[in-house]
Ligand binder design. Sequence first.
Ligand SMILES: Nc1ncnc2c1ncn2[C@@H]1O[C@H](COP(=O)(O)OP(=O)(O)OP(=O)(O)O)[C@@H](O)[C@H]1O
Length: 667
Amino acid sequence: MSNIPLVRRAIAGAALAHSSTSNDVEHSTITPGEGSQWTPAALERAGSTLKALNRMAKRPPVHILFEDIGFTAGSGKGERRILHNVSGEFRSGELTCILGPSGAGKSTLLNILAGYTSNGVNGRITVNGHARDMRLFKKLSSYIMQDDLLQPRLTVNESMMIAADLKLGKELGRAEKELIVEEILQTLGLWDHRDSMSHHLSGGQSKRLSVALELVNNPPIIFLDEPTTGLDVVSIRQLVVLLRLLSRQGRTIICTIHQPSASLFSLFDRVYVLARGLCCYQGAAPLLVPFCAEIGHICPTTHNPADFILETLVGNSESAAQMSELCQNGKLSKRLDRMTVRGGRKPVLHSDESIQRIFVEHVAKEQMQKMEFPTTFMTQFSILIYRMFKQSSRNSLNLWIQLIHHVSAAVLVGGIFFLIGNDGGNPITNFKFCLSCVVFFMYTYIMIPVLLFPLELRMIRREYFNGWYSLKAYYAALTLSTFPIMVILGTVFIIICYFMSGQLMEMDRLILFTITGILIGLCSEGLGILVGSMFNATNGSIVGPATVAPLLALCCYGTGFGPYIEKIMKFLMSMSYLRYGLTGFCLALYHKRPLMDCNADFCLYAESKILLRDLGMATDNFETQIIGLLSFTIFFRVVAYFALRYHLTAEFTSKFMTYISKFLKHR
Ligand SMILES: Nc1ncnc2c1ncn2[C@@H]1O[C@H](COP(=O)(O)OP(=O)(O)OP(=O)(O)O)[C@@H](O)[C@H]1O
């Protein structure tokens, strides 16, 4: 079943055993998985196959304790209290489900615990008895969000190997990584689909792949927001059984679930019930019904406890308040602890000394390593650019569409301005040709990121939040990945319309014209990324063109009365990157040009100097236009980087807000 030769697997297994810090190392063998026949029983059997993963590195068990967590959304009149000082504890080796009616605050609590939301939050979160250090916590945890999207145009195996390369770095060699990937895919029932493209997977398989990708570096704590949404009952059960299996291997697994069936409910070890931002119960799943009975809510024996608790709490603020009071809003009461012990599962308390020791050792090791990511900037950059090139080379339809768009637009522009390039009696028409080229590069390259980048953002959110790579590496790869296509297609466009419009056949002019076009494209793409990282595709498609419309108006202001352009207008025009582009095009065609053909008695603009004067470009030089375009390119891309960071990092938002409020206080 495996495609890894036996010898290589043996070496990989031995290397893993060697790299382990654990004393109880077993030999690495893979129990053949069940492939697509992925049943709970098969899964339990397959559980034994995660040996290499579990041996990979000693990860500490993680116990999370949170006290008086409150969250307020909005500000001023729109301020709303979403969570009301809830407390609770999640333990290692347990599968916990956060239950509650819609709008109860489940996702909000999960976001806070995972560290995704930090602004507007109060309360304390401790990890194994230590105040949560977000930098370390991110290394230990993975957060799988509800609307996570997988990278398209990569096979399951390729996605996993890229995740392994990014998340494990040089910690392990190729063979060991392949072994771990194989184990995870076997266990999750994806091995038979390893060569399928990830965008061809079913909903259940995609969710499992999301989990598989985050398992690669063996995180001891996994958060999942609504992992069962959109799945059929069989897939839901398979996924929850898998999560249970993973928790049994010492991980802390916390997920929010809307309405589990009775049989599904019985798979959870611990339940945390939220209603109206209050904790109504937290403890062992089987004890939920006796707990409700204590306050007079009797669950009929034939009833699903999950349905019962939701029915009890929906629209009933009194019951929610009553239950919250009884469980002290999630604070561990002695009575609940007693019930938990009676329930049969010995609770592993966060004060357990051995766990504390392992954690302290782990923290010390991580602090010594200091590195925020397991791989260097260059490694991340090269893996990401490889992934981007691979994905775009497989998207042949997209490449064809872009090629057809460039060629057809070039033929159209060339046809409209056919052989007017050297006509001294009609130079304004040639000016319009330059303007058409500006508009082409501007709209083409601004609209691609405006429409596509919001989707890309959704895809990278999980990877970035879970610490696969730094934003700088991603951004550098993104910037460079589109450049070759832009250069090739931009050159194709310019060559076609330059020749068709009959411009002067001088190589240096053609090169300067091409450079200007590509720089307008680069600049517009930067602006498009900026808009795409701030707005969704719908709003972006309004904001993008609305932003460039005034820039376009400014760029051709003064045509015909160049020497009389007002100072203020000159200043405003210098704020439009399109003006630098238009001037660059005109200078490429007209600077120090011999007299143009004249079919009339007198052609005022046959001398290009006069034309440049009336266009307001007489004193300009080409270098200034290139510097202007490059400066705007850098400016847009730097601002877009911060906009992207703002969008992806809750922490950055809160730091930014703190900085602003400090600044205002000091004034
Ligand atoms: N940043 C925010 N600004 C304003 N309101 C918010 C914000 N975050 C959450 N809310 C509100 O808080 C309430 C709880 O939201 P949350 O998504 O946590 O609920 P939930 O229990 O996960 O619901 P569901 O099960 O329907 O997903 C909702 O009414 C939501 O509108």
